[in-house]
Design a protein around this ligand. Structure first.
Ligand code: SF4
Length: 390
């Protein structure tokens, strides 16, 4: 019997004319099976730019409709960008992003895509994937002394569409052949069968990472995602297949009993994954654009994420006040470093003062972060020496 169709797969698919003959389009449509397909003459977001979304009355209902709708289209413009999170005064973790699509069929109450994709909420998969692969290869080959750490999980979950696209089966072998590029696949799923099958092709150049949280946050705020234990079990399977793995505690959330709840998740990790196979762990506290609060409350009336003492920053994002942010970060930092002092732990979207307050040194002084931060994007000879810390 074929596996059950996940509930989050789209109910309707739009295909732009230029994408209709692409191999990825054909693959996705054949695997989706019985689904309504609509052809578009031009690229447009079906929910906000065609009559299809005319009955959706507000941002929340447009986003709901977008979550059930998939657009297969070609990507126009550049594929590789520096992660925008490291801009301004924030300490940069030196990540490049490549987005094989936009939007995520999973549904977390705190997801920033609810504001970021407000004007184009339809889920998208880009079908000119050969262009994406050749762009990555050309960039890496053009600068052999630069180390490219490239993530595909910025505006999409890296693995959630794999059963429809087989994308990892193209990306992982490509990075396995590149000597100066490291791929990060970031997910909240447990869809790793295809990665285990690629055990002889990843060549240590792919890190598979999971966004983790306290159990109560996972169960209450992260709809359609894999259970906490299933994510960690999937990480253990990837370790067994020779991959290094990463974890992202982001967003850390303040609620009654958060210390015990986050400690439980840390315990679960180290019960299944050896510290030596962890490439990095990032920490970030809750933040979201103020305009997203309304959408969150309408779409997730039982969510408690937007409650509690939060303040508006100069970037128009809501955050906990600095002492609370530092309590969360410090607790997690200490809990992780107790397990292994050498564990590469870094903070996402925090400035130098937070680094000093939490880690008691600057990011550039922390030897465990050499692969992530200290190179500032350059290998400076490390490529010739074998590049990665495996
Ligand atoms: S898994 Fe990530 S991208 Fe998907 S809905 Fe949750 S936070 Fe957003």
């Amino acid at each position: 019997m074929p596996p059950a169709r996940p509930s989050y797969w789209p109910q309707r698919v739009f295909v732009t004319r230029d994408a209709s003959d692409d191999a990825l389009t054909q693959r996705v449509l054949s695997r989706l099976g019985d689904v309504e397909v609509v052809h578009l003459d031009r690229r447009a977001d079906p929910v906000t730019e065609t009559d299809f979304g005319a009955d959706a009355a507000n941002d929340a209902s447009r986003f709901d409709l977008g979550k059930r709708t998939l657009l297969l289209t070609r990507h126009e413009g550049g594929w590789m960008e520096r992660c925008p999170a490291g801009s301004g005064n924030l300490v940069c973790c030196n990540l490049w992003t490549v987005n094989p699509g936009e939007g995520c069929p999973l549904d977390c109450s705190y997801c920033y895509l609810q504001s970021y994709l407000k004007r184009n909420p339809t889920l998208k998969l880009f079908t000119n994937i050969p262009d994406m692969l050749s762009t990555i290869e050309a960039a890496a080959n053009a600068e052999p002394s630069r180390l490219f750490r490239i993530g595909t999980g910025e505006t999409i979950d890296s693995l959630v569409w794999d059963p429809l696209t087989d994308l990892s089966s193209e990306l992982v072998p490509l990075f396995g052949r590149l000597s100066n590029a490291l791929l990060e696949l970031k997910t909240k799923t447990a869809l790793v069968d295809q990665l285990v099958d690629l055990r002889s092709e990843h060549n240590g150049r792919t890190v598979v990472s999971w966004s983790l949280n306290a159990r109560v946050v996972t169960e209450r705020e992260e709809v359609w995602t894999a259970a906490l234990e299933d994510r960690i079990l999937a990480a253990a399977r990837c370790v067994e297949a020779g991959y290094r793995v990463g974890f992202h505690f982001d967003p850390l959330i303040d609620f009654d009993g958060w210390q015990d709840a986050y400690r439980e998740t840390v315990d679960l990790i180290f019960a299944s994954v050896p510290a030596s196979r962890i490439a990095w762990i990032s920490l970030g506290t809750l933040r979201y654009k103020r305009e997203m609060q309304q959408v969150m409350r309408e779409r997730f009336p039982k969510s408690t994420v937007s409650l509690g003492e939060q303040q508006l920053g100069s970037d128009n994002k809501m955050r906990y006040c600095q002492p609370m942010r530092l309590r969360l970060l410090r607790f997690m930092w200490d809990s992780l470093k107790e397990r292994s002092a050498d564990l590469p732990v870094y903070m996402c979207m925090e400035g130098a003062s937070s680094w000093r307050a939490v880690s008691e040194c600057s990011s550039s002084e922390d030897a465990s972060l050499v692969e992530i931060i200290s190179r500032k994007g350059r290998t400076d000879g490390a490529a010739a020496e074998g590049v990665f810390l495996q």
